[in-house]
Design a protein around this ligand. Structure first.
Ligand code: ZN
Length: 288
């Protein structure tokens, strides 16, 4: 059996329920889980510049693209609240699994949130974010999705106390315990096609994903081929989505991109050897 986790990032106070519903209704209506990677307290007004990758290259976008255009430059924190629109919507769809995606989703003086090294500050931010998750979802999350795909050794040491695992693009030796460093270094020399996309550091699970298969900058027709090809060589796929890319720039849906995604979702649902599961179920499976 092959296991696919569908992960959508940057869910925050500003996310509109209809955006998620447009993307995931076909899966949710069949009772399939989708993992929402939630930013507890999104922060606008933080200049990211080249950290915005293709959004900087293509649009010279200085502020985070995951905020609505009129909120991007506003230096304001917008925490989720127990009765806000998106939290109410998430409660109406029990198929969603909630993962935590950083705290404010910002870079502080050019340092990405996950790369902070001050242990006191990291702990303070984690405690504040978990209190928000507890208030909105009745419990803090078990899984952490790394903003911008990288964390410092100091951050990951602390994350291990709070979470069962993390999801990121590529793990390195600084992400694992001393006793596992050689093993982590050895993985770097393995071909992508044979390397299992996960690493068990004791009871802490690190899950890799194969880069941006689903992207508004990709060839929409090629996205399915990339999915098929990954599943040919691997038993686990964490499929990463960014809902706001389908509505760029927070307007009408991009029909071509959306239909390519729905075609991939239908393909995954159709395959008898593929099971769409949550991070929690995958964790239980790997540790059983
Ligand atoms: Zn993000």
């Amino acid at each position: 059996m092959k296991y696919v986790v569908i992960r959508d990032d940057d869910i925050c106070f500003f996310t509109k329920p209809e955006m998620l519903e447009t993307l995931y209704k076909p899966l949710l209506d069949l009772g399939k889980p989708v993992t929402l990677s939630v930013v507890p307290a999104i922060h606008g007004g933080q200049s990211a510049g080249p950290l915005n990758g293709p959004f900087w290259d293509r649009f010279q976008l200085d502020y985070s693209p995951c905020l609505p255009p009129h909120k991007r430059a506003e230096a304001h924190v917008s925490p989720l609240t127990a009765d806000c629109e998106i939290v109410n919507y998430i409660h109406s769809r029990p198929e969603y699994e909630i993962a935590q995606h950083g705290y404010n989703h910002i870079a502080i003086e050019g340092i990405r949130e996950g790369l902070l090294t001050d242990r006191h500050l990291i702990t303070e931010r984690l405690e504040a974010s978990r209190a928000i998750m507890q208030e909105c979802f009745g419990r803090p999350s078990d899984f952490f999705v790394v903003p911008w795909d990288d964390v410092s050794a100091e951050t990951i040491t602390i994350l291990k106390h709070y979470f069962k695992g993390i999801s990121l693009h590529r793990l390195g030796q600084r992400h694992v315990s001393w006793s596992r460093k050689l093993q982590a270094i050895g993985r770097r020399f393995m071909n992508d096609r044979i390397r299992a996309p996960y690493f068990q550091d004791g009871d802490f699970l690190l899950l890799e994903y194969p880069g941006p298969i689903l992207s508004m900058f990709n060839d929409y027709k090629g996205m399915k081929e990339l999915t098929v090809s990954w599943l040919k060589n691997h038993d686990i796929l964490v499929m990463v989505n960014h809902y706001w890319e389908y509505f760029w720039d927070w307007g009408e849906p991009n029909r071509e991109f959306l239909s390519a995604w729905h075609d991939i979702a239908a393909y995954l649902l159709d395959r008898p050897d593929v099971e769409i599961i949550s991070f929690s179920t995958l964790y239980d499976h790997l540790y059983s």
